[in-house]
Write a protein that binds this ligand. Sequence first.
Ligand code: HEM
Length: 459
Amino acid sequence: MAVRTPPLVPGVPLVGNAPAFRRDPIELLRRGLDTFGPIFSIRLGPRRAAVIIGPEHQQFFFGETDRALTMPEVYRAFVPIFGEGFTLAAEPGEYREQRAILQPAFAPQRLGGYIEVFVRETDAWLDGLGSEGELELVDAIEKLSLEMIAAALMGDDFRRLMGADFWQLYRDVVRGLDFVLPPFLPLPRFRRRDRARRLLHKRIGTIIGDRRADPGGHDDFLQALAEAHYSDGREVPVSTLQSMILFLVFSAAESTPLQASWTLILLLQQPDYLASVVEENGPLLAANAGPTGPDVVRRMHRLHWAILETERMRPMITMLWRYNREAYDLGGYHVPQGWSTVICPPLAHRLPHVFADPDRYDPERFSPGRAEHRQAVLNLVSFGGGAHHCPGMAFARSLTTVMLSRLVDRFELRLSGSAPGADFSNSITRPGRCLVRYRRRTRPRGPRVAEPAVTQVTQ
Ligand code: HEM
């Protein structure tokens, strides 16, 4: 048995690495990686965490999840957001039941219906943009994506029945997320969180009640949820469905719009590559090419590689955490029970022995023409791995593909200023404000982007 614990990144008395972590968590972990190699540790106040970087250690991390490494302790902070019993804070038996109940939302045969919604909502947005103007990209993509997510996952009547203030209430709930403070403190932020969650639960409860009382005529995922049963035949309680619905909307809404924004921001910095995307997609989107469906989305290869390269360079979730319910030995170190274990996609995706020339934007590393393409796909961990791998990956990538392919097909776009940097606080990679000028193409499905701006990708 190993006796040494992983080396600790030097910090300050009492709070350890907490101030550096709050300032720039990725910089802190990069320092650990550069100084000690792929296994080291940090201390956040009284909490110790082992950080493990790279494909072989990630395999251990995903393989041990729900065994030595567990999720409920990590996700307990989300209970005041979603409600008691929510999927990832549940013990393994209940978690597996809920995952099975969510599964129909991600069945491949649902994708065609989701894509129809993405096309409809994107086209309505593009039609309203006028002939030219300027927009703040992240805000615009977020607004559009949230509408698409709610309509696709829950159906049009969910949006109507949840009320015009749905997203405002949702924001109030999410802003109450806090990993440090006790959730019951009488802070205005926490009061707003609780009020908003109660209102959302009430409305979801009413919709579920109505759907159960009168199931006829609905063929959407919300109906599948309303009718869901556990494997022993029990009806799923409304309180569990309320938390599951909020969790599902959260999972989709907190990452997909930002990943889509980054994809476009990086493309706008690579005009030649963007031009090749427009050129490839033009015939697929031409008026006589028929409706966009999963088969069309799958043929947009160059945009797909750009999405993968963006996931590599700007992975949305900066760290995945587990609690060590049991001690383990790894790489010659002993990691005690009671610590946490962390992996960090932004660092893992920049390891030069894993991704050649890792700071270079190179979507074609994912193309079948390149020897490394299969390994490159396997080594992406932006959607997690193992039994908890994100089930919404195809949904998120299809949404991004539909939205961006249609946007760049109809509009010439250029960054108004410099490209935004990444903000890594709150565990996600958020782009800063990004102004983009747009002009409707006179030839709607032209083969090339006019007058591309020449800029470098901001690393
Ligand atoms: C770019 C967009 C997205 C990214 C980067 C992303 C990333 C992730 C990651 C990393 C995990 C694993 C977390 C962990 O192991 O601790 C995860 C889990 C999950 N994601 Fe996503 N996700 C995205 C979009 C979506 C969408 C659109 C949905 C729903 C439609 C979704 C639903 C879920 C669910 C339900 C889980 C929990 C899976 C489980 O533990 O069984 N995600 N996601």
